[in-house]
Ligand binder design. Sequence first.
Ligand SMILES: C[S@@+](CC[C@H](N)C(=O)[O-])C[C@H]1O[C@@H](n2cnc3c(N)ncnc32)[C@H](O)[C@@H]1O
Length: 876
Amino acid sequence: MTTKTATEHLPKIGKVGSLMLIGAGTTVLTSKTVKSKMEELAYNPPYSLLKFLLPFILFPLLLYTRLSIPIRFAYNCFLKPFLVVSTKNGNNNEGNAHKNKLDTFYSGQADLYDNTRNQLLKGRENMLQLLAAHLKAQPEPLIRKYSSPSKNLPYNSLIPNNNGNNGDETRQKKIWVDLGGGTGWNIEKMDEYLPLTYFDAIYLIDLCEPLLEIARERIKAKGWKNVHVLCQDASNFVLPEWESGELDPRGSLRAITMSYSLSMIPPFYQLLDRCDQVLDPQRGLMGVVDFYTSRDGGNRERAIGTASKRVSWFAKWFWECWFSFDGVNLHTSRRDYLEYKMGTIKTYNARNNFLNSWFIQIPYYVFLGCSRQRDASSTLRSFKQEAGNQKGLNNAGLLTPISPFGTPPLTSPDTFNVPNLDLGPSAYGKPELQSGKQDEIILQQTLVDAGAPLSPFHYHLKNAWRVPYLEEKVHEQFRTHIYGWTWEDPAVDVKKLNINENDHILAITSAGDNVLHYALAASPARIHAVDMNPCQGHILELKLAAIQALEYNDFWLLFGEGRHPEFKKLLTTKLSPYLSSHAYAYWLSNHWQFSRNFYFRGYSGWALRLAQIAFFLSGVSNDVKKLCKATNVQEQDKIWKKRIRPVFLGKWMVKLFLGNPMFNWHALGVPQNQMNCFLQDGTVEDYIKATLDPIPKLTTLKDDNYFFLLCLNGRYTRSSCPSFLKPEGFRALKNSKSTNSLKSHTDTILNVLRGLPDGSLTKIIVMDSMDWFDPIDPNVQLPTSSSNAEDQFDSNSPEKSLEYLRSELDYEIIEMLRVLKKNGLVIWRSASKKPWYIQRFQLAGFNVNPIDIRENGKAIDRVNMYASFWKAEKIV
Ligand SMILES: C[S@@+](CC[C@H](N)C(=O)[O-])C[C@H]1O[C@@H](n2cnc3c(N)ncnc32)[C@H](O)[C@@H]1O
């Protein structure tokens, strides 16, 4: 059975009917037709009269059915607040005045409410889906019954666990409260994502009778037995279980939601304090979606990941004024207090382009949070001990919150205890509320500061792969990823460097393919994946989350094919509990990257797209396909030499693309310093020939060389792809604990090294990043300590920060020396056969030797992109 609102009962004539009516109306209104109709009327009076009048009757009806909803909506929202003053002023107290205002505001539009709010109140479904996904992902603790009856209810009422076979087990009651729930739309939606029977009781609390009437109808029509409506002020709500003494209110709720109501409830400090006290401190989740305005983001926003929430001064002023007419308050203090009071698990900012117009972009946010008393000790330990996150620690666990009231955070463990909750005046079941007699609201300013960290990383539900980081100015440079796949051969690393389970490795993240390969092939004890571009970390996180949360076929579609028709849905419903808030927000706004082909996105995607265009224009697209399908290396070499090489290494191709610094930087991510490295050994053309010529003779693209297969084919195949993309690799990673060793840092190599203890690493694999540094005069002495290096993130300009990073090499080398164990290795590849910085490693006391140098037309690995491969051993 479905609930029908009044608007659904209005005659619906559909688009075709509307057009016919408009046509008929227009015909009638043209004078020539009117004349002929009059003549017709004279011959057949009753029938023709009806025919004549019909359009005059139907045309207004059409206008009414089409326009009545928008007109009534516009009148009630934009005109009525000015024209109609609430008449029910039985009592002057503030609570009642507010209720009367709400009743008046919604009385003429309660029946239209659901139909008119879909476009305006965006993000509600996403908030509910996030909440449902996180509730499902949380383990449900089962509590053994105690023999003593007094101990049977240790904290809150327990009920028998119906799911388990063991009759001795009990579980805590699950209650969801939707505050300012209006018509109950949220509850109906939630049923699609999580059966309502998951909850023992659901309470919809609202002050507005006309909306509650719709909610009651809905509940009756749906036959929900566990859903109850309470007409109460949300800032003071009381549940029947609390009043009857069945439940201790403190920590008794599993979920609280507020969709577009936080901005409408006047005593919001009181409201949020109450939510904090009644939410289960360990398992309670709170979902909020609302409009917001904000100008400057401070440290708090940088820690939470919402620094991008700024809106222009005009938008702030405009939306605050606009919404104030409807009693909606968008002052920043509401969201500030929410983020201060509750721990953030997920949050993101978005814009509602209401009416699909570019100029109407209402800022709104979605928030999923928890009590700040939630036990964050395991993530804290993980970040502190396993990730050596000194930077985060220096920021006191990424900033203990600063109270909006200027109260310094308390750090005493006593503050973790929930203070007594004064229930305040009860509204439940009291007829006085309706009649306007409400007890005076006692404002209880129960400011509790748990002194707990602010960052969402600390309240993350699942594996803590991502190490907390603060949003920095320099991150503004990285709006997307540079590398969609990793362009170095990890199988050669594992073999030549003997990577094994005793290793503690630091490696560059890139697209995460190599660190996943190390985890699968050798299960090292610890892998620190480091990248200062947050988007690269988001790719690694997505791969890790997908391995844990998805079935193989979905995983293959995402990273084998590079596309998934349902990515957005999977992201929120399945992947979100495994993703950090930052990564989730990034993928939500970039979900389109998987709509056609992920490998064509980001900077490296440009290279693939340009290559495809070049193949097409030069008429070798079919040969490229043949190359990808060739079954032996002889066939490959023939196609390469006869058909593709002459085009690919043609004069124009080299001039326009491969030798063009702009192309190299934007599409391939090769900076000028690296270009200088290979130019010291020859021309661009020489370099490309030395790279590509040996490849077709090495192994087949079809069955082994997945690096070049991806570049030419745009996607992997089941027989040629990274090992973690094969079914057995996927399953091995899913079932083993080897991905637990991964810690993904969003920082510079220098900063991560600074955070790690002496002698804690065995291998540092820095890919080709050494080539990127500015050359240093060999006569310059090494610095004595890396602390002399300025903190480049202090710079206000992202460009300056990047420029500064290029002079960090010496500091990195002395930190590597400190952090490596004796006989530990630094490993790199270089575009130069003998890179200039070998001298800097030797100066620091490293023993430097080549692992391989690309000579005599031989490939050093399946990518063969670099001229040499080096290791520097710590011998002191
Ligand atoms: C914009 S509506 C949102 C309704 C619903 N959550 C939704 O998403 O459709 C705001 C709701 O907050 C309710 N509200 C405002 N002040 C309230 C208060 N003090 N106590 C309870 N409800 C309140 C209003 O009655 C209204 O239903």
